[in-house]
Design a binder for this molecule. Sequence first.
Ligand SMILES: CC(C)(COP(=O)(O)OP(=O)(O)OC[C@H]1O[C@@H](n2cnc3c(N)ncnc32)[C@H](O)[C@@H]1OP(=O)(O)O)[C@@H](O)C(=O)NCCC(=O)NCCS
Length: 224
Amino acid sequence: MADRLEVRFMQCGRASVIIRAPHCSKGTRLKAPIPPRLQGERIVLRGFTRADRNALFALFSDTRVTRYWSHHAWTEIAQAQRYLNGIARGWRDGSLQQWAIADLQTDQAIGSLTFYDIVPAHARAGIGYALQPDHWGKGLAAEAVDLALRHAFDSLGWMRIEADTDPDNAASIRLLERVGFQREGIARERYRLDMGELGQTQDSLLLGLLKRDFVPRGLDASGC
Ligand SMILES: CC(C)(COP(=O)(O)OP(=O)(O)OC[C@H]1O[C@@H](n2cnc3c(N)ncnc32)[C@H](O)[C@@H]1OP(=O)(O)O)[C@@H](O)C(=O)NCCC(=O)NCCS
């Protein structure tokens, strides 16, 4: 008889895995890695909770957010729930580290930041992020990326972070280059957005950041 696995979201946003052995009615509780809380001046990166489901749906059902994203805008709240389940799984199996970008004062989730394609053997991962449009243009995404990169290089010991973005996504490219990412090439027709007759595809601009090239906030050339 297989052990039973349950994933539960705790109020603090941490997924915990409960493994119940067949001969042990109480079970042994094994905790998944706890998403560290990374606090900035105006935002905090914290684990997602079930309570963030509506905020997550609002984020990825907004066509302004998904304009350069690799999937179409969500249409059903169930997609947000499945996504939350995937985030919990990612923390548990080490394939993904994803935080809510939350307002420091209200704790309201206003965006998402992800390390994906994590390869510990090569000390690298990919980074992705999205913010609700009401909050664009205030430097909050830059603050979130800065917090995550400091964590990646200083705490996790990673040496290289990769990003891929639509070549027309000026805000994202500006954000990445500001912290030291360099353009490393164009991957043609990397995403297939429309499987119909039109066969709409999207190229990717690939960027990479080495630990030694990282420009933390406050240390950039402009001094701001
Ligand atoms: C990418 C995104 C997170 C940027 O959010 P933001 O709130 O505008 O980011 P910031 O305010 O921190 O600004 C980052 C930089 O981009 C610049 N910028 C913002 N919008 C811009 C635009 N439309 N064109 C050019 N530069 C822009 C800002 O001026 C800033 O540069 P600066 O530091 O030199 O002033 C946001 O546009 C978003 O969520 N987009 C949808 C999801 C997405 O495309 N994610 C990236 C996938 S790779």
